[in-house]
Design a protein around this ligand. Structure first.
Ligand code: HEM
Length: 277
């Protein structure tokens, strides 16, 4: 038979009426109080340890994820053979490369599919044809002998594909090496494009400063230059940074002239229209 046990509560011994310290708590022995203090301090430290550990785990986790992201953000490398498979045949996607960067142009199928006008661009890098317009002989990435202006145009085409289509990776060949790094040729393309761009900007600034004259040429009359708004035509001598010296007609509000701003022969300094040979 089970007997129910009453819970036992510890009771403090009754104070001894003869004890003068009765009613006040007796101080714990010195050793016990030191141990209690140490334990309290130790408990506090556990909190700190927990926080430090959690932060460490977070840091390690973050580092791991950032490393794995870096690994996955490496561009995919294509070789010519693999890129050639993305030519739209057997319903494959359409890829093309421009300056060694590969793009999925499937959504522009109407331009690139099969015998369509720009079909020769898919499955390969045909950068040269983008600037020569020769879609038969220049379907190649051999862009080594092109002008800085052509390089600028190629860089603009590349920006167009980045904007309009999906970037897929790099083509190992003339423009990217086996590790996916730009080759010397690609660096030359970038430098040429930058040079052409700054020359164009200088030209535009100059045009803004020196408005061009109106020009007309007929067999009967020969050449004529004239300025609107009461300005005067002058033959100016220009030297653009990196360019050849050149001359052209510019309009000036003031009637002044110099070696670099000449009056046209047989034309008065005040004239608004001059005959030119
Ligand atoms: C160097 C010469 C040329 C190159 C490299 C070139 C290249 C291209 C490319 C790649 C596209 C497709 C763009 C896309 O994916 O959206 C395109 C579209 C087009 N091109 Fe050309 N093109 C050239 C010359 C010309 C010329 C001379 C004409 C006109 C006489 C022309 C008319 C067009 C038209 C009408 C479109 C279609 C625009 C549209 O439907 O959105 N192209 N061109």
């Amino acid at each position: 038979m089970l007997t129910q046990r009453k819970p036992v509560t510890a009771t403090a011994p009754a104070p001894d009426p003869g004890d003068s310290s009765a009613g006040t708590e007796a101080p714990p022995p010195a050793r016990l109080s030191t141990l209690r203090g140490a334990w309290r301090r130790l408990s506090l430290r556990w909190d700190v340890v927990l926080i430090v550990l959690t932060s460490l785990i977070c840091l390690i986790g973050l580092r791991y994820f950032s490393m794995s992201n870096t690994a996955t953000s490496q561009p995919r490398l294509f070789d010519e053979g693999t890129l050639a498979l993305y030519n739209g045949r057997k319903n494959s996607p359409l890829y093309l490369a421009l300056l060694g960067e590969v793009f999925d142009v499937t959504k522009g199928r109407r331009h690139y599919d099969g015998g369509k006008g720009y079909g020769g661009f898919v499955g390969r890098d045909a950068s040269k044809a983008f600037v020569t317009g020769d879609f038969t002989n220049d379907l190649t990435d051999d862009v080594k002998d092109l002008s800085p202006e052509a390089y600028k145009s190629l860089v603009e085409w590349r920006a167009f594909y980045h904007k309009e289509y999906t970037y897929k990776g790099r083509l190992v060949g003339r423009l990217y090496d086996g590790k996916g790094q730009p080759t010397r040729l690609l660096r030359a393309v970038q430098e040429g494009a930058t040079k052409a761009k700054s020359e164009e900007e200088a030209q535009r600034e100059l045009e803004a400063k020196l408005p061009a004259c109106n020009v007309r040429w007929t067999e009967a009359e020969g050449g004529t230059v004239w300025c609107d708004g009461g300005a005067h035509p002058r033959k100016v001598f220009l030297q653009l940074p990196g360019g050849k010296p050149t001359t052209r007609c510019a309009c000036f509000a003031e009637i002044g002239w110099s070696d670099l701003r000449q009056i046209y022969p047989d034309c008065s300094p005040e004239a608004h229209t001059c005959k030119v040979s």
